[in-house]
Structures are given as structure tokens and as C-alpha cells.
Design a protein around this ligand. Structure first.
Ligand SMILES: Nc1nc2c(ncn2[C@@H]2O[C@H](COP(=O)(O)OP(=O)(O)OP(=O)(O)O)[C@@H](O)[C@H]2O)c(=O)[nH]1
Ligand SMILES: [Mg+2]
Length: 447
């Protein structure tokens, strides 16, 4: 994968040919999958110059596609002067080896592509370690198929290289990888513990937690930024903005921001990595602790790109992934985002009607909202919906907080909304709207 790593400035992007085998003969599904592969290639800094597909229920053990297709790809590589061939399917180590030999060019499959994107995007130490672990796990069974062994991976310390002169290079590579994997596991366990402590602290602090989830590129980060700019805690919300970009997997790291809307309960809003169909298993495993954050949320905002023709399929993938990470039962609001793109140019511009849904945007129905994070249309309605959803877990109660327990008053006003205040000789009497958790924590002060 060496060619693709960090392309800077105006250097020419490597040219790629996409190859897909449609075994199911389901054109709609297949086209969608190939379109997505193109997006993934783009996100990986590749310039897609050509796409070659084959429709056949026969899968070649040696080269996946038939020998005629191999020839076709070969001549296309030559014609386009392309550098790399990207397969939509997962390839076996042997297939990679055979294909690279036949093409005399680099071959990468869908999983390899996603791993590459992740490794280019990882910013925090945790994300970097997670990606490295996923890459090594992906590499391990493929070692024998590699063109030039471990050297491509980089980062090998060579610590074991003098040992066991009789051992083959392959065994050494394998051992080295296993050793590194166990190091990574230890380090990640440490970070996990830290995360647990932080999570515990957040849980104990009683503040509500809301998590953004959904397919990659749906607009999660854009929504977080909009929330911040409208209802952020302070005036430096500009600096707290996260990256939003029309690209798959723009976000890999988890960001938590405090949202403090007037007269509403404040909450912590989390933005994290998006989902995709066939998210490589090694990545799910490696990113498990990041993904699992959603489990501990009081509420999930599932962001959906309503303007994408495949939005329903994306919702299915999100559902599946949430179940997989144990977050399937967390209450959820469905945010049908980018509804501004589904709006027609009606003569009457004041009525913004979505061609797709036929109703005025923003539109709220039960747990669903049709809105636009970019224009901000529907943000106030979303906030109402969040409040309503959390209401179930909210109670209003009266408390008398002794003057010596200023910190309790402080916390309650931070996490909840104080509706009435009265100063009595024994302490401050308040009527507060707070979470059940806080009501329980401070039960002793209730009157
Ligand atoms: N027209 C329109 N574009 C939007 C809207 N919300 C987000 N976008 C655009 O969609 C693209 C993706 O937005 P992001 O916020 O980065 O998406 P994300 O869900 O965080 O994606 P990943 O981090 O890659 O998983 C960006 O180009 C946004 O400007 C919207 O409501 N309307
Ligand atoms: Mg994002």
C-alpha cells in the first residue's frame, strides 16, 4: 500500500481501476456497492480512471474474476497508465498474489481500502493504535501473499531479527506481528481503563449524554457544529468545531461537546466514527471501545442522509451495527438530514416542500425529524424533540440545599434547570427539573 500513503501538495494522484464481480446479479445492490467503492477510493486519495465489472455466479479461486476479465483489466491498466487495481470483494491472500503478478500492479480490496483510509485519518493516539492493531490483524493471515513482506508495513523494530537463524522470514514476520499486537493490546487496555474512569465520572456527574450515530457522510459532524454555534457553552465555540467534509470517514476520533440551550437541560453531545456497509471485522474489533460509547448514551441521534437514494439501506446498516455493539435498545431519534437537497423549486418559495416526502421542511413526526444541519432549518425543533425524549427520564422536584452544600446547588444548576429559588434560613429552596439520576443522588435534600 506504499504508494497511497500521504499524498501531499499537487502531486499527481495515483490512478486506480475499480473492479467488481456481481455474483448475485442484483444490479441495484451491485451498482450501489460499486458507487460506494468509488467514494472510498476518493477518500483514499485515488483517482478513479475506469471501472470494470463482471456479472457471473462463478468465482475463480485463483483470481476471483475470470481469465478473460483479467486480460481486460490488464489492457486497461496499460491504456490508462494506471497504478492500482481496487477490488470490491474481499480477496484471499492467494488471489492478491496471483492478481498482482498478472497485472504487475498493486491490488487492494475493499477492506484494505477502508483500513488505509482509517490509518490516514487517525489523529489521536488511541485511534492510531486501534488502526495499527486492525491493520496487523488483517495482515497476519495474508502474510504469505504479500509481495514484499513486512517492509511495506513499516514500524517494525527489527528487535527479533537476529533470533533463530534457521527460521524463515515468514515465521519471523509472523512472530514480530504477534508480538506487536500483544503490545498494542496492552496499551489499548490501558486507554480503555482511562476511558472507563472518565465515563464513570460523566455518569456520576448526572449530566445527560446524547450520541450522534449513523452512516458515514450523513452529516453528524455538521450537526454537532451547528448545535455548538447555536447553543454552545461559550463564545469560543468556533474553536470547538470539528471537521465536516464531503468525504467518507472524515471523522475517526470521538469528540464530546457540552450543549447548553437556554431553558433546556444541558447535555453532552458526542460525535464519532460513522458506519459503512461491511465495515471490516478487524476494524469493528479494534474500534469496539470507541463504537461502544453509544451504549452508554441516554439518547441516540441517528443521522440519515435523506438526499441519498440509498438512505434506507444505510439505515439498515446502522441498525445492524448498533445491535452489534449493544446499543440497539438505547432510545433513538431519527434525524433525516440534508432535507434541503430534496426541496423543489416551487413557484412559492416560502413553502419549502420536499419533493421526496411531500411535506414542508422541517417536519416532525413521532421520533422522526426532517431537517437540514447545514442551513439550520429544524434545529429548534430537534432540540424540542430531544427535550421531549429525555422528559421521560426527567422529574421536577423541590429541594432545600443547605448553604454549606454549594457544590450540590452548583451541579444541579449545571445539569438541570432551576425553575424557582427561595432563600430560607436552613438553605436554598429550589424547584428543579433534573434527571432521575440526579434526583436519586440528591434524594436527601428533597422536601
Ligand atoms: N446540503 C446539505 N449538506 C449537508 C448537510 N449536512 C451535512 N452536509 C454535508 O455533507 C457532508 C458530510 O458532512 P459531515 O458532517 O462531515 O458528515 P459525517 O456524518 O460527520 O461524516 P463522517 O465523519 O465522514 O462519518 C459535508 O460536505 C457537509 O457539508 C445538510 O443538511 N444539507
Ligand atoms: Mg464526521
Amino acid at each position: 500500500m506504499a504508494k497511497m500513503i500521504t499524498i501531499q501538495g499537487n502531486e499527481k494522484l495515483p490512478a486506480a481501476i475499480l473492479v467488481g464481480l456481481d455474483t448475485e446479479r442484483d444490479t441495484v445492490l451491485f451498482d450501489r456497492s460499486m458507487r460506494e467503492l468509488g467514494e472510498l477510493a476518493k477518500a483514499c486519495n485515488l483517482n478513479v480512471v475506469s471501472t470494470i465489472t463482471q456479472s457471473s455466479s462463478e468465482v475463480s479461486q485463483a483470481t476471483l474474476i475470470g481469465s478473460g476479465k483479467v486480460e481486460e483489466v490488464k489492457s486497461e491498466l496499460y491504456l490508462q497508465d494506471a497504478d492500482i487495481v481496487v477490488f470490491n470483494q474481499t480477496l484471499s491472500p492467494m488471489q492478491i498474489r496471483n492478481l498482482e503478478k498478472a497485472f504487475d500492479a498493486e491490488v487492494i480490496d475493499r477492506t484494505g481500502l477502508i483500513l488505509q483510509i482509517f490509518s490516514e485519518r487517525a489523529r489521536t493516539r488511541e485511534a492510531k493504535l486501534q488502526v495499527e492493531s486492525a491493520k496487523l490483524q488483517y495482515l497476519l493471515p495474508r502474510l504469505s501473499g504479500m509481495r514484499s513482506g513486512l517492509s511495506r508495513q513499516g514500524g517494525g523494530s527489527g528487535r527479533l531479527s537476529n533470533k533463530g537463524a534457521g527460521e524463515t522470514k515468514l515465521e519471523l514476520d509472523r512472530r514480530r506481528i504477534e508480538h506487536r499486537l500483544s503490545e498494542l493490546r496492552k496499551e489499548l487496555d490501558g486507554i480503555d481503563q482511562e476511558r472507563n474512569t472518565q465515563r464513570e465520572k460523566r455518569l456520576n456527574s448526572g449530566i445527560t449524554r446524547v450520541s450522534l450515530v449513523g452512516y458515514t457522510n450523513a452529516g453528524k459532524s455538521t450537526l454537532l457544529n451547528k448545535m455548538l454555534s447555536l447553543y454552545g457553552e461559550s463564545d469560543n465555540s468556533e474553536q470547538k468545531q470539528v471537521l465536516e467534509k464531503d468525504m467518507l470517514f472524515a471523522t475517526l476520533d470521538t469528540t464530546v461537546r457540552k450543549i447548553t440551550p437556554d431553558s433546556h437541560r444541558p447535555f453532552l453531545l458526542t460525535d464519532t466514527v460513522g458506519f459503512i456497509d461491511e465495515l471490516p471485522h478487524t476494524l469493528v474489533k479494534a474500534f469496539r471501545s470507541t463504537l461502544e460509547e453509544a451504549r452508554y448514551a441516554d439518547l441516540l441521534l441517528e443521522v440519515i442522509d435523506f438526499s441519498d437514494p440509498d438512505y434506507m439501506a444505510h439505515m439498515e446498516v446502522t441498525d445492524k451495527t448498533l445491535n452489534e455493539i449493544g446499543a440497539g435498545t438505547v432510545p433513538r431519534i431519527y434525524v433525516f438530514n440534508k432535507a434541503d437537497l430534496t426541496v423543489g423549486n416551487s413557484a412559492d418559495d416560502a413553502t419549502v416542500v420536499s419533493i421526496k416526502s411531500g411535506f414542508k421542511i422541517p417536519y416532525v413526526r413521532n421520533q422522526r425529524i426532517y431537517m437540514s444541519a447545514r442551513t439550520g432549518a429544524g434545529m429548534a425543533e430537534l432540540l424540542e424533540l430531544i427535550e421531549k425524549q429525555l422528559e421521560g427520564a426527567t422529574i421536577t422536584c423541590d429541594m432545600i440545599i443547605p448553604y454549606t452544600a454549594g457544590n450540590v446547588l452548583n451541579e444541579l444548576s449545571h445539569n438541570g434547570v432551576i425553575e424557582q429559588t427561595e432563600y430560607l434560613p436552613e438553605g436554598t429552596k429550589i424547584r428543579v427539573k433534573c434527571s432521575e439520576r440526579d434526583a436519586k443522588r440528591f434524594d436527601g435534600y428533597r422536601v
